[in-house]
Design a protein. Structure first.
Length: 118
């Protein structure tokens, strides 16, 4: 499985962005997919995840602001990010094929930069 993350950019606090994670491979629908982020000087952390069955998980800091979804027909997972805060600034990565932790995910995309200005 190859993953391509896109949709990052520069946005003011309170704004919105939608990230996309496009995947190759006919078995994509059978994988859980997670979004992770890494801010400068910090460890990579889990942000949100969606299972193959559509169940979702969010880290506390993004609950109520971010929404993860998937379109298996398009082999794509989305992360809708609303009410963005400067502390959301990071490189965002999508990953698949693991237990939704940094150490267990098997396939990783290349990352997309999200910068939120105050």
């Amino acid at each position: 499985v190859q993953l391509q993350a896109s949709g990052g950019g520069l946005v003011q606090a309170g704004g919105s962005l939608r990230l996309s994670c496009a995947a190759s491979g006919r078995t994509f629908s059978s994988y859980g997919v997670g979004w992770f982020r890494q801010a400068p000087g910090k460890e990579r952390e889990s942000v949100a995840a969606i299972s193959s069955g559509g169940g979702t998980y969010y880290t506390d800091s993004v609950k109520g602001r971010f929404t993860i979804s998937r379109d298996n027909a398009k082999n794509t997972v989305y992360l809708q990010m609303n009410s963005l805060k400067p502390e959301d600034t990071a490189v965002y990565y999508c990953a698949a094929g693991g237990a939704f932790t940094v150490a267990t995910m098997v396939y990783w995309g290349q990352g997309t930069q999200v910068t939120v200005s105050s």
